[in-house]
Design a protein around this ligand. Structure first.
Ligand SMILES: [Zn+2]
Ligand SMILES: [Zn+2]
Ligand SMILES: [Zn+2]
Length: 352
């Protein structure tokens, strides 16, 4: 009897310790599950913050543009005093040696030839506004100007002289419009015709030279309508954003500037999607060479990989140029993200 009791106690203890083991492993897997929920929720919050910040940029940019449209119409468009915070767009003229010219060995020599081709006297005669000259690789020099017409004058001046260099204007792409709340029964094939027939200002603008309005794509939204993206010429873009409304079917829809700056979830850089990425993967949680989804780290975010890269490669031996890296790579405050947005705008021809 006594022995039996002892046996029972031993069995109970064994069962208990086995149960404890199960409970422990259950708790561990719960912890992993909760951790993954927290990670995905945090990523979602950061993405939402990013979207809000992009929307703010779109709004403030639309305001800047509508201000500029008004300035242009009162014939003082070359006055620069009308920008609420955003950098003025720049236009780039690329100067490089002609194909068979082997006398030039670096971009400093290209600058010397450039100064021979267009003197400072000629620059002042033409009233040119050159913001910066930037020597780059392949013996090239980028001349950043305040307007496309400044770039054109430089191009013509250089190309008419025979001094072994040539100039080309860096082409910009057309802007896009985002139309919100379009009724789903408006077919994508017909939307351009509908906009033209219901909006006199757009119709008149399209009669002018080099103006265009093309359907790009549409997507259903969460409130039973859809948004539509249009590729447009700069002047049509300005006309539609000022006042920012278009009559479409039974509605007057809100129109915004469309910004489509993607961030790759494989290498964490901007301007492309992970499906087309050829870079090595970078993890947002530990900065390791693997994709973030496969990471076992319990960290939510490591220091920003893009700002770290900048500090290691571009700010080398220049402590003043170093960026703060203590933020997530998805943060809206990331200096590299802000720079990417600026670059994105600089490649689009907004027409001013
Ligand atoms: Zn990538
Ligand atoms: Zn990792
Ligand atoms: Zn950063």
């Amino acid at each position: 009897m006594h022995i039996g009791k002892v046996k029972i106690v031993v069995m109970t203890t064994t069962c208990f310790s086995r149960n404890a083991e199960y409970l422990k492993s259950d708790l561990a897997s719960c912890a992993v599950f909760i951790q993954s929920l927290v990670t995905s929720a945090t990523i979602e919050i950061e993405q939402l913050k990013r979207s809000v910040s992009e929307l703010k940029t779109k709004d403030s940019f639309a305001n800047v543009v509508s201000n500029n449209v008004q300035v242009a119409s009162s014939n003082i468009s070359r006055n620069n005093g009308n920008d609420s915070g955003r950098k003025k767009p720049e236009f780039v003229c690329i100067v490089e040696p002609k194909r068979n010219n082997n006398d030039i060995i670096d971009s400093n020599q290209t600058i010397s030839c450039l100064k021979g081709a267009i003197s400072s006297k000629r620059i002042s005669e033409c009233g040119l506004r050159i913001n910066k000259q930037i020597p780059t690789k392949n013996k090239k020099v980028l001349i950043k100007c305040a307007s496309k017409s400044d770039c054109r004058v430089i191009q013509e001046e250089i190309n008419k002289t025979n001094c072994g260099i040539k100039a080309t204007i860096q082409e910009k792409r057309n802007p896009q419009l985002l139309i919100l709340g379009v009724e789903k029964d408006i077919e994508d094939n017909n939307i351009v015709d509908i906009i033209i027939s219901q909006n006199e200002n757009v119709k008149n603008c399209l009669k002018q030279k080099e103006q265009s309005l093309k359907f790009a794509f549409s997507k259903d939204d969460r409130v039973g309508t859809k948004f539509v993206i249009l590729d447009v010429s700069p002047q049509v873009w300005q006309i539609c954003l000022n006042p920012g409304k278009l009559f479409i079917g039974y509605k007057c829809c809100t129109v915004k500037n469309n910004i489509s700056l993607g961030q790759c979830y494989k290498c964490l850089r901007f301007g492309h999607k992970s499906a087309k990425c050829k870079n090595a993967p970078v993890c947002s949680k530990c900065n390791g060479n693997h994709e973030s989804q496969t990471c076992n780290s319990s960290n939510l975010f490591a220091n920003c990989a893009n700002c770290l890269w900048w500090n290691q490669h571009r700010a080398k031996n220049r402590p003043a140029a170093e960026l703060n890296v203590n933020h997530s790579v998805f943060s809206e405050e990331c200096p590299q993200f802000k720079l990417a947005i600026e670059r994105y705008h600089s490649r689009i021809d907004y027409g001013y």
